[in-house]
Write a protein that binds this ligand. Structure first.
Ligand code: SF4
Length: 687
């Protein structure tokens, strides 16, 4: 009987940015399960099924914790309210702040989990309706340093190639990416290719799963990546293993690069970060000898106070070896959230760019937006997420609108972030759960999960794919775009979108790299990779085949400077803590911590400690331990393992209890503003 009236909807995974496609079985508001679609409809997973989260991680959709009605704060408590009451309160409070202190006293955070259409509307709501220049999102915390570095060197701040290229290359250098944990299906495809003969080189402070499959695993000290990457590049150039013809024809500033590489001799690299000269040489020779090579990285590279320098160094290495502009090669930043590429970047939810990475201070771009919006967007660069928190502390940002993000858990040094949230005069949180951030809100608006909406996500390879509504929203919860449209109209604007497809048409009008994308084409042709400039453009599988994204078509070598971590171990805090993810969970755990099957595998936070370090501290596997930094402390379970090195400990980022960001610090990359999550000094003792 239950099989009657079941809807089957093809959609895109709402967890990570691999963008696996599958069918959802749904009945009314109940999510019953998923089944992978055939390979033709699923270019990212290509018949490789889904990972454990993609298959079993959906209890959260049906969770009893789902927000089903708006909440407003009264006498210090959140109570249920009607949509009318909640939205009028939002209108009243935001308008009052604008009247008193101007629109820049407000800050908006878009969501890397929402659809492109919703994030486009969020930045339009901020810029057109509220008139604030302050719009950002959590991509600031994950790959903003990648974007900053790749824009300078090759032109687009995005993955240069396809997942298909990653799955078929001859050689990999993977660094700072726990690929199995964070991008499981991609890792499966890489491991398959390695079994078929591709070379895999992994440089990482921690012996992660993918390292177990490597031809060469080299352990590095956290925070000194420029040293070994520059060392690899120097070795290749000094031994005449570089691609001279490619450099001559397609790049600029090679002389400046060579000058800056001079000090990074193999001996100096060993002194700086412990990489043995023989391992540096063998990695360099393997990379240089490969016909095609993919350079893959994630947050182990980016989340440093010199994260942009790390990615510059990788881009230089790819350029000297000529591994760009051809299939099965390239620079592959593995993005995090399902839609961080699109909603977190392409849609202009950034303080310095409008949709399509168009600068906010370009008069021609502003003219185009003014013509469609009947309002000129602010022409100044706004505040980043961390800057908004600093300004909230100072009282200069008085109101925040947070859509589908959880900064009370994801910001570094959360004690400091919580103080900022407490200081706000008004906080709106739009989410599917009463998150840690919602506990500070004045109004909470119940939104829709990925399974309850139509729209598009853009995966890590720039592929725009449809998302389909498979089940109804629970209770009175609404789709995010409808909430924003209702608020915009209450604030005096005339938004009249009938569907996300109409929003995409406006995106295409104003965003050259999305110019040829429409829901109709996606329906008929499957995913399209940007740049896709008009209706006849088939999209761009890999970038830079016809030149780099600069007027002269040439890539730029930008030498990377070696920096030190902001905080070094000392007598008081003698261990280096690094952070990351585990296979079963996702980000701040808002979704995955609500899935029983996942919690039965990994149900609590932990700290990994090397056996020798554990012995010195008289800590045994399974002990309850206190981890302390200069910012705070937390109690977790010890896991004694040789995955981290002696003197280095690792904690996952997914848990509210045993929260790693009690310990991390507010130190930022000066170029991108990304926090240094990956290196903090701590001490560990038995509780
Ligand atoms: Fe979803 Fe990522 Fe798993 Fe694919 S690999 S099923 S996109 S979580």
């Amino acid at each position: 009987h239950r099989l009657e009236n079941i809807d089957v909807t093809e959609t895109t995974c709402g967890y990570c940015s691999v963008g696996c496609r599958f069918e959802v079985y749904g009945k009314d508001d109940e999510f019953l399960g998923v089944r992978p679609t055939d390979a033709e409809h699923a270019p990212a997973n290509d018949g490789f099924s889904t990972c454990v989260k993609g298959k079993f991680g959906y209890d959260f959709v049906n969770s009893e914790d789902r927000l089903e009605t708006p909440l407003i704060r009264e006498n210090g408590q959140l109570r249920e309210a009607s949509w009318e009451e909640a939205l009028e309160r939002v209108v009243e409070e935001l308008s009052a702040i604008i009247d008193e202190d101007g629109p820049d006293a407000l800050s908006c955070f878009a969501s890397s989990k929402c659809t492109n259409e919703e994030d486009y509307l969020m930045q339009k709501f901020a810029r057109q309706v509220l008139g604030t220049k302050n719009i950002d999102n959590c991509a600031r915390l994950c790959h903003s340093s990648t974007v900053a570095a790749l824009k300078q060197t090759v032109g687009y701040g995005a993955m240069t190639n396809r997942i298909e290229d990653v799955a078929n290359t001859d050689c990999y250098l993977i660094t700072g990416s726990n690929t199995t944990g964070s991008h499981p299906v991609l890792a499966t495809r890489i491991k398959q290719n390695v079994r078929d003969g591709a070379d895999l080189i992994v440089f990482d402070p921690r012996k992660i799963d993918i390292a177990e499959h490597a031809d060469q695993y080299t352990r590095v000290e956290p925070g000194y990546d420029v040293a070994w990457i520059n060392g690899l590049t120097r070795y290749i150039v000094w031994n005449d293993l570089h691609d001279e013809a490619f450099i001559e024809e397609h790049t600029k500033h090679f002389d400046e690069l060579q000058e800056k590489l001079e000090p990074f001799t193999p001996e100096e690299v060993e002194r700086l970060c412990g990489v043995p000269p023989a391992e540096l040489a063998s990695a360099a020779e393997t990379i240089a000898a490969a016909d095609t090579c993919v350079f893959g990285w994630a947050m182990g590279m980016t989340q440093h106070s010199h994260g942009t320098q790390n990615v510059l160094a990788l881009a230089n290495l790819a350029l000297v070896t000529g591994q760009l502009g051809k299939p099965n090669a390239g620079l592959s930043p593995f993005r995090g959230h399902n839609n961080v590429q699109g909603g977190g970047g392409d849609m202009g939810t950034l303080p310095n760019t409008l949709p399509g990475y168009q600068p906010v201070d370009d008069p021609d771009v502003l003219d185009a937006f003014e013509e469609v919006w009947d309002e000129r967007p602010p022409a100044e660069v706004g505040l980043t997420v961390p800057e908004s928190f600093t300004e909230a502390h100072e009282g200069n940002v008085r109101g925040m609108y947070v859509m589908g993000e959880n900064p009370a858990l994801s910001e570094p040094d959360i004690g400091h972030a919580e103080e900022a949230l407490e200081k706000l005069d008004f906080l709106v949180v739009q989410d599917i759960f009463r998150t840690e951030t919602a506990e500070y809100a004045d109004v909470v608006l119940p939104a829709a999960s990925f399974a309850e909406k139509d729209g598009t996500f853009t995966n890590t390879e720039r592929r725009v794919q449809l998302v389909g509504k498979a089940v109804d929203t629970p209770g009175a919860a609404r789709q995010d775009w409808r909430i924003l449209q209702d608020l915009a109209n209450r604030l005096g604007y005339d938004w009249s979108y009938d569907s996300p497809a109409e929003v995409m048409d406006e995106i295409a009008d104003l965003t050259p790299i999305y110019g040829g994308i429409s829901h109709g084409r996606l329906e008929n042709e499957g995913g399209l990779q940007w740049p896709c400039r008009d209706a006849d453009d088939p999209g761009t599988p890999y970038l830079y085949e016809d030149g780099f994204n600069f007027a002269d078509d040439k890539a730029r070598f930008v030498p990377a400077d070696l920096g030190e971590p902001n905080e070094l171990p000392d007598e008081e805090y003698p261990l280096t803590m690094t952070t990351g993810r585990v296979l079963y969970h996702f980000h701040t755990g808002t979704l995955s911590r609500r899935v029983e099957g996942i919690m039965s595998h990994v149900g609590e936070s932990f700290v990994e400690i090397h056996p020798e370090t554990a012995e010195q501290l008289e800590i045994a596997d399974g002990d309850s331990v206190t981890v302390e930094s200069r910012r705070g402390s937390t109690v977790v379970r010890a896991q004694v393992t040789d995955r981290p090195d002696r003197g280095v400990v690792f904690m996952p980022m997914h848990f509210a209890e045993g929260a790693v960001n009690e310990l991390t610090q507010e130190a930022f990359d000066p170029i991108s503003g990304i926090p240094e999550y990956k290196v903090s000094s701590v001490r560990v003792s038995r509780s």
